[in-house]
Design a protein around this ligand. Structure first.
Ligand SMILES: [Mn+2]
Length: 371
């Protein structure tokens, strides 16, 4: 069984790293495992481009052509028989996919019979003659996570290996200090062999009073912070034993430096590699180092990312938006609501998302004619 999360397909679109997110798909297809459990954030955005959706569909379809011996015992929801063909892919959706009251890309793939999505639901399967119960709670805004989990109150299935999939901040495992957290490790339900949490992008494996908390981490670096630079990317393989398998990836260096001399000395010391490493350098003071010159001089060493400390202010604004758990659409709606006093705002947002120009025009005309 493969346990993984946070592919973030589509991350880095139109950059040197745009293909990196797909290497995990090839690696999984080479495995000889018969079940895949996925803890959310397959996509980097709520409405992935068709190019990206199509990569995901191609991958999931190839899983259907493989051999596996998984049998359905029971499920809290109706399961499309096609999803059980080949290697079943059991998923929850993450915060990057969640679209309240609208169809998200994971649900779209479920409709196509390519995966099973769980939200406060469980599925019981027979794998190699053993009973596996997978319980899943898709992402909810962190301020509700404790209540939703309590209300759902998942119970382990007797005689089965019980695995719970989640995608939340679970104190002390927090994605960013600016995000809400109200769920603690001590709030997690007991009796599960493994609680698998997505969302946190660096791998971790923690013993709980009963069972283990597994954080597979993202399969590519996205946050590009110090923590992410210290932990290699990969996925869990769970059979008789649990192991973490590293995937092919770029090296990732993270450094805080102050002067031009320090910067040049460090970049000269970075070894040349076949796959160019990611080199992120935080410039400590706001000195006048010309980063364009540095970048040109060292561009063959790796993918250089410079961040000056002044950008903290922007980071803070970004975090505030994330903190309020607004999606791009929700934030857009908020802007529209604040700036234009429209009545049928949801219709307008939907028309904008659908590129329905005549719809947009109609709604705007109606509103302005009334005024
Ligand atoms: Mn994520």
């Amino acid at each position: 069984m493969i346990i993984t999360a946070d592919f973030h397909l589509g991350y880095g679109y139109n950059t040197k790293r745009e293909k990196d997110c797909y290497s995990i798909l090839d690696e999984i297809l080479q495995e000889e495992e018969n079940l895949i459990l996925f803890a959310g954030d397959m996509f980097d955005s709520r409405i992935p481009r068709l190019e990206i959706l199509s990569e995901a569909m191609g991958f999931l379809t190839k899983l259907k052509d493989k051999e596996s011996n998984v049998k359905l015992i029971e499920c809290d929801k109706k399961v499309n028989r096609r999803t059980l063909q080949g290697i079943p892919f059991i998923s929850i959706y993450g915060n990057h996919e969640r679209r309240p009251n609208l169809i998200n890309p994971i649900q779209t793939l479920e409709r196509a019979g390519l995966l099973i999505n769980l939200h406060c639901e469980k599925i019981v399967l027979e794998v190699d003659g053993k009973k596996i119960a997978v319980h899943g709670m898709s992402h909810v805004p962190d301020k509700y996570s404790k209540d939703v989990l309590k209300e759902w109150n998942p119970k382990p299935v007797e005689g089965a290996t019980n695995i719970l999939l989640m995608h939340q901040n679970i104190d002390p495992f927090i994605y960013s200090p600016f995000e809400d957290v109200n769920l603690k490790v001590s709030d997690l339900p007991v009796g599960f062999d493994y609680i698998v949490n997505g969302h946190i992008h660096w791998k971790n494996e923690v013993d709980l009073d009963s069972g283990k908390l597994l954080i597979p981490g993202s399969t590519i670096p996205t946050q590009l912070n110090k923590k992410e630079s210290q932990v290699r990317k990969g996925y869990f393989l769970l059979n008789e034993k649990l192991k973490f398998k590293e995937i092919k990836q770029r090296s990732f260096y993270y450094k805080t430096l102050e002067s031009k001399e320090e910067l040049e000395k460090f970049l000269e010391s970075v070894e040349k590699e076949e796959i160019k490493p990611i080199i992120k350098i935080k410039i400590k003071n706001t000195s006048t180092i010309d980063l364009n010159i540095i970048e040109k001089k060292f561009k063959d060493r790796g993918i250089l990312i410079f961040q000056r400390e002044v950008e903290k202010k922007f980071e803070k604004q970004k975090s505030e938006i994330l903190n309020k758990q607004l999606s791009a659409e929700e934030y857009g709606q908020k802007l529209l609501r604040d700036k234009m006093k429209l009545e049928n705002l949801d219709d307008l947002t939907n028309s904008i998302l659908e590129d329905d120009f005549s719809g947009i025009e109609k709604i705007l005309r109606e509103n302005f004619e009334k005024k």
